[in-house]
Design a protein around this ligand. Sequence first.
Ligand SMILES: Cc1cc2nc3c(=O)[nH]c(=O)nc-3n(C[C@H](O)[C@H](O)[C@H](O)COP(=O)(O)OP(=O)(O)OC[C@H]3O[C@@H](n4cnc5c(N)ncnc54)[C@H](O)[C@@H]3O)c2cc1C
Length: 452
Amino acid sequence: MNTYRLQEEAIPVDREMDVVIVGGGATGIAAAIAASRNGARTLLIEQRGFLGGMGTVALVPAFCPFTDHVKPVIRGIGLELLERMKRNCNEEYHELYNDLLDWVPIDAEVLKRVYDDAVLESGAELLYHTFVGQICMDPAGSRIDGVVIVNKTGRSFVKCSYLIDATGDADIAAMAGVPFHKGGEQGELQPGTMCYLLTNVDRNRFKKYLKESGDTGQIPIAVQKAQASGDLPEGRKEVSGFAWVSDYLVGINFGHIFNIDGTKAEDLTRGAIEGRRKVKEQLRFLQKYVPGFEKAHLISTGEQIGIRETRRIVGDYVLTQQDFLEMRTFPDDIARNAYFIDIHMATSKDKMAIHHLPHGRSHGVPYRCLLPLGIDNLWVAGRAASSDRVVQGSLRVMPNCFAMGQAAGTAAYLAGLNGLTSREVIIDELQRLLIEQEAWLGEETHERLAVR
Ligand SMILES: Cc1cc2nc3c(=O)[nH]c(=O)nc-3n(C[C@H](O)[C@H](O)[C@H](O)COP(=O)(O)OP(=O)(O)OC[C@H]3O[C@@H](n4cnc5c(N)ncnc54)[C@H](O)[C@@H]3O)c2cc1C
């Protein structure tokens, strides 16, 4: 590779923090709130001008289930934020979704404000429009001393005792030399999707169409008819999801863009351009084939194509498909996952891989999955946590990211309080504090710790 040698330079120290969190998606938001509420001096750094990650940046239109069909399994900060978004939506939204915990539609503009407020109220500092492109290791190579940030103010250094990588792509861990996997054995990755918002749609007319045509909510009949007549390309035979924010406003997750590696700027660029082209094609299809969408108007596409999969770090434990299928409990559980395995195909010829757990059941997510090999003051939570590819296809959704984020933030606080490394955090103490702060870690853990 052609290289250019930079000159050594001294850069200002912007600030010194106990805990720095990079990435303001579901994971980073929960991590910041948890660390700061407990008392750590916390900074959350986000490259965009708002929080929410895929749920706002990429307009992913709904939250995956918070329940196992019987009870909520994702509680704590995640559930609190979900309820707060609902309360801040308009009355119509409120009436529609007040009691819903699964597949709750996202009102992205409300959610952005809710996240701002919740993070600031926790006492955490927020730095938007700021990218972390470099880290500084201590000479021994097992700790990160801080991060180099780049923004309109310039380049500066943020010193910290502990760091949480909530970039979704394990950017920080990769810079620190942590081993990781990306996609499948042949490097195949789940596809990206450009999600979007349509207004001037008529939900009642759409419902009438479903009733009269026998088509289901994901409109496979309409999609396949359009594919047969060449109005849509071959590929997924139904829409992944419609999320009705109101009777006239709908968020849509439809179709795939293949061979996008979300850690490469060139691929993200191609994804953005191809994505917007696809949305234009889909809008024409919906207007022509689906009653209720005749006058649909596109208000917004995602600022970035939605990315389902990039790096998975190798942590102290790698959660496996077997753990998922056997619904295992671990002594160091910090969350439970009940979401199904939901692996989108890597090419238009492949099939989706789906596997549901029985209602009322879940598996544990051990603390060790957040601990990247070789580094003692870093947690990697969210989409890039340590699991095999199959489990990543389930663990990656936003409610789980909230739960893992809360655990990472709480652990970082405890580590700081007691002057420990991430691996020295006392598990019982972490679990007790998480439960005290409304997280749910499964019946066995609650019973073992004698808390309800
Ligand atoms: C098309 C699609 C549909 C989906 N459908 C659903 C669904 O219906 N429901 C659901 O719950 N989940 C869904 N998911 C999954 C879910 O949205 C993501 O897996 C989840 O948001 C990951 O959360 P995260 O916090 O780990 O990462 P992200 O949401 O990706 O957030 C990471 C944040 O870090 C920031 N960042 C990254 N690198 C840097 C850096 N170096 N410096 C500064 N900032 C940085 C990014 O800007 C971003 O805001 C879907 C995903 C996709 C792509």
